[in-house]
Design a protein around this ligand. Structure first.
Ligand code: SF4
Length: 102
């Protein structure tokens, strides 16, 4: 391999690796409970930490893993939720849009 070809090849490898890392970072980004969207929905990573006064309809058994909108398997620790775009919510999380999986 000529030097110039090697340089082009290495550039391609670096570019491809960066794209993969960026995609993984996006796929693994987790919802920050302090994000405006999370606050407006009352999202928490731990369903036992829900403010019972603010959300009196919340029940201990409600969590993202058994919500209709949870995009992963119930056994996945984290998965997407359409309410939070590309970010992931915790299986034990909860928000006020919770809807029991039927
Ligand atoms: Fe969790 Fe469901 Fe709220 Fe999404 S809509 S954050 S899966 S409780």
């Amino acid at each position: 391999m000529k030097n110039s070809n090697r340089r082009v090849f290495m550039c391609q490898v670096v570019t491809a690796s960066s794209a993969v890392l960026a995609t993984q970072a996006m796929a693994q980004a987790k919802v920050d409970p302090k994000d405006a969207q999370a606050i407006s929905l009352g999202y928490v990573h731990d369903t036992t930490k829900v403010d019972a006064k603010k959300y009196p309809k919340h029940a201990a058994a409600q969590k993202c893993a058994n919500c209709q909108l949870y995009a992963g398997k119930p056994t996945d620790a984290w998965a997407g939720c359409p309410l939070f775009g590309a970010k992931q919510v915790a299986a034990n999380g909860w928000c006020s849009a919770y809807a029991k999986k039927g």
